[in-house]
Ligand binder design. Structure first.
Ligand code: PMP
Ligand code: GLU
Length: 407
């Protein structure tokens, strides 16, 4: 008898970030005073402009299929967004709307990869990239920077390129490290990929969540490609910028031929993103933009507090993140096994963290600072309690007696 599950799907890992969300929610339902420092979504409420736009659509009672590549008003909003934020004039034929940046990325990979093609992924990387590449029968090639650095090295990337290399995925500001790659790196990688004819996929989902008054560098600034055949692709969406993760709207900007191919893939797999949720995205993109500034300053304050608390833990090395809502401290002084460390912190201190191994960075933990400041402080203080040999052996968290057994 043939195997019930395909080899391909059987080899795909569960998404650890999504699995931890569910685990944290279950523990909370059971009444445990869990603090979720593993989350990947800001807690801020949806912008009112998004709600009103979606509500208007809903009350029209005309919620139907839309064009596969998205409704014209949303494509228009993305065209304007690209001009304003990237300094790049594009047309509607260069934009495809998808059900989240994740879906945009997956349609893109399906559109460009043949079996056995290689995709370079600098570590630390977002958990889904290698699995999505494998789902296309292609091969993820992880490029790890020199010890202790979060910015990929151009030299290491160039060395990893082979005749099978089809694409590179660059994510800055970076999930999980919060690093914002230097302009020099962006310029170098854009030029290098342009010369070699390698697809450069810029996952820019956090590109406005940059702190300390800095701004992201537009990948187009250094591109000398012909826009009609350029292999530079920008991925973005409303999930992080407007805290609209549950709305599932993202997009890709690329040359028209590639967008048409991706649209065929999307037509045969999802038909189109939800018409209601596309309207919500129009509302967010065309609405009051002070929302983004205020989200950013909340996250920046939380970042400062988290770093201050982490610096109080002996021997934990932390590089201050310049963007996103994550950081990736180095806990190797305590354990080289981030999965075991994360599990112990959950069991002993009721704190959810994401093991660095999932992001290609063993010995580290990803900690988010998108929850309330109170939770951020208490979460890190619990980690400190669990690791510090001089802290009390037992404490109460809510009704639960927690016992520290770190050696
Ligand atoms: N890229 C990165 C780096 C992310 O962290 C996420 C978060 N899920 C995504 C893409 C996908 O975002 P979306 O919610 O739009 O699918
Ligand atoms: N991107 C977020 C994270 O890394 C959300 C979860 C997911 O889509 O993987 O936690």
């Amino acid at each position: 008898m043939k195997s019930p599950i395909s080899q391909l799907a059987g080899a795909v890992q569960e998404s650890p970030t999504l699995a931890l969300n569910e685990k944290a929610a279950l523990l909370r339902e059971r009444g445990e005073a869990v603090i979720h420092l593993g989350s990947g979504e800001p807690k801020t409420k949806t912008p009112i402009d998004a709600i009103l736009a979606a509500a208007g659509k809903l009350t029209s009672a005309e919620v139907k299929y839309t064009p596969t590549d998205g409704i014209p008003s949303l494509k228009k909003a993305v065209v304007r967004y690209t001009e304003e934020n990237y300094g790049r004039a594009v047309g509607a034929e260069n934009v495809m709307i998808a059900s989240g940046a994740k879906a945009a990325l997956y349609s893109l990979l399906l559109a460009i990869l043949d079996p056995q093609d290689e995709v370079l992924i600098p570590a630390p990387y977002w958990v889904s990239y290698p699995e999505m590449v494998k789902l296309c029968y292609a091969r993820p090639v992880i490029v790890t920077p020199e010890d202790g650095r979060f910015e990929p090295g151009l030299k290491e990337i160039k060395e990893a390129v082979s005749s099978s290399t089809k694409a590179i995925i660059v994510n800055s500001p970076n999930n999980p490290s919060g690093a914002v790659y230097s302009e020099q790196f962006i310029a170098g990688i854009v030029e290098f990929c342009g010369e070699k004819g390698i697809y450069l996929i810029m996952d820019d989902i956090y590109h406005k969540l940059i702190f300390d008054g800095k701004k992201s560098v537009s990948c187009y600034k250094y591109s000398r490609d012909n826009p009609d055949s350029s292999r530079l692709v920008a991925i973005n969406g409303v999930s992080k910028l407007y805290a609209m993760t549950g709305f599932r709207i993202g997009w890709a900007v690329a040359n028209a031929r590639l967008i048409a191919t991706m649209t065929n893939v999307q037509a045969q797999t999802t038909s189109c993103p939800s018409s209601l949720l596309q309207m919500a995205a129009v509302g967010a993109l065309n609405g009051v933009q002070s929302y983004v500034e205020s989200l950013k300053s909340t996250l920046e304050n939380n970042r400062n507090v988290m770093i201050r608390e982490l610096e109080a833990i002996n021997d934990v090395r932390v590089i201050k993140p310049q963007g996103t809502f994550y950081c990736l401290p180095d806990f190797r002084a305590y354990s080289n096994d981030s999965v075991a460390l994360s599990r112990r912190l959950l069991e002993q201190a009721l704190v959810v963290t994401v093991p660095g191994r999932e992001f290609g960075m063993e010995g580290h933990l990803r900690l988010s600072y998108c929850q309330s400041m109170k939770e951020t402080i208490e979460g890190v203080q619990r980690i400190r309690w669990a690791l510090d040999p001089n802290s009390p052996k037992e404490i109460y968290i809510g009704d639960r007696k927690c016992v520290r057994d770190w050696k």
